[in-house]
Design a protein around this ligand. Structure first.
Ligand code: AQP
Length: 332
């Protein structure tokens, strides 16, 4: 059975984008993989987080993951900062990765924006920590959204250079799994921007804890154009907002764009948005209800995360100890 590792930042409430691009696939992968899922709080602080907000968001993220169907009994769910092996290996990888490689990372450029000099050093070396997250478990498959592919290529480059420099075959090659028909969900306010949990506008996204009224209102207010829906996918070219809403619908019902347009082509957005909102409420309301139930029992949630930490350490500690030995660190 192949080992999967994947993480999500507690940088806000998880969104519909996180759900369709990542979490939903994680749930399915549990059937035939050994899965390690992590709330990556170390990654979250590469951009300043208010400590109280971070603590709350970390709990909420864990609850939502469980509510979506992550199984903490058969698989492993834990908080990244509780397993020190991530940091130990990340430092080694900071010394293996080349500055030129990091300079090519488009996500750093996107996240740092124009004021690059003022971005944290952590944001710059974030891909090295991500490589350590995966390699600390010798995971071979990583389900990610399209936007993370470049970081996985870097993780493979780091592994190869480590193996080459130390004359070993220690870290395996990682295979990205880009799954699902809606690999990239876009902002409800701007079809050219990805839906993000840290977007300053709450109206740009559907949060997985939004109630039915909020979901309906956000979809009603979602940006569109004045034309009715086309009856063929080609008609979505140059209409990013329409394409996004059709893509979300398609991902939820499990058909392609063509299937959705065969049913809804020719309709105005008023009618289509109502159908989409109903579908979203149907799929997401049970998740929000279960997350609320889990959050009402903080001790129960902590126990699940502590068990996850112990299981994660049992795998990662021996691997990272061996990496340290290969590097030449003494353990007198
Ligand atoms: N809009 C999206 N469409 C599809 N997949 C998405 N993912 C994120 N946004 C979308 C996927 O969710 C996983 C977890 O992401 P993350 O939290 O580690 O970081 P992110 O990609 O930066 O997600 P956000 O929501 O945009 O967070 P912030 O706002 O903090 O930057 C990843 O597999 C990602 O591809």
């Amino acid at each position: 059975m192949q080992r999967i590792f994947s993480g999500i930042q507690p940088s806000g409430i998880p969104t519909l984008g996180n759900y369709l691009g990542a979490i939903r696939n994680w749930v399915d992968l549990q059937a035939d993989h050994e899965c390690i899922f992590c709330v990556v709080d170390l990654h979250a602080i590469t951009v300043f987080q208010d400590p109280k907000v971070l603590a709350t968001a970390t709990r909420e993220m864990a609850a939502v993951l469980l509510a979506c169907g992550i199984d903490p009994v058969r698989h492993t769910l834990f908080l990244q900062s509780t397993v020190r092996a991530h940091l130990q290996l990340a430092w080694i990888f900071n010394c293996v990765a080349r500055i030129g490689w990091l300079n090519r990372m488009t996500q750093f450029k996107d996240k740092a924006g124009k004021d690059r000099e003022n971005a944290s050093a952590g944001l710059y070396v974030y891909p090295n920590l991500m490589a350590a997250d995966i390699h600390a478990y010798h995971a071979t498959r990583v389900p990610v959204g399209e936007d993370q592919k470049q970081h996985l290529e870097l993780a493979n480059d780091i592994a190869q250079k480590f193996n080459h420099d130390y004359g070993v075959e220690f870290f395996p090659n990682i295979e990205p799994l880009i799954l699902g028909p809606a690999a990239r969900v876009m902002s409800l306010r701007d079809g050219s921007k990805k839906m993000s949990k840290s977007d300053p506008s709450d109206q740009s996204r559907i949060n997985l804890n939004d109630d039915a009224d909020t979901i309906s209102l956000k979809i009603r207010r979602a940006k569109t154009d004045p034309e009715p829906l086309p009856s063929e996918p080609e008609g979505l070219v140059g209409r990013p907002e329409a394409r996004n809403l059709v893509g979300i619908y398609a991902a939820l019902v499990g058909t392609g764009h063509a299937g959705v347009l065969a049913e809804h082509g020719g309709k105005g957005f008023g009618q289509f948005k109502q159908a989409l909102a109903d579908l979203l409420v149907d799929k997401l309301a049970p998740i929000a209800a279960e997350a609320t139930r889990l959050l009402a029992d903080p001790a129960g949630l902590d126990a699940i995360l502590r068990q996850g930490k112990e299981r994660a350490e049992a795998i990662a500690d021996p691997i990272v100890t061996e990496a340290e030995r290969l590097v030449g660190f003494l353990r007198p």
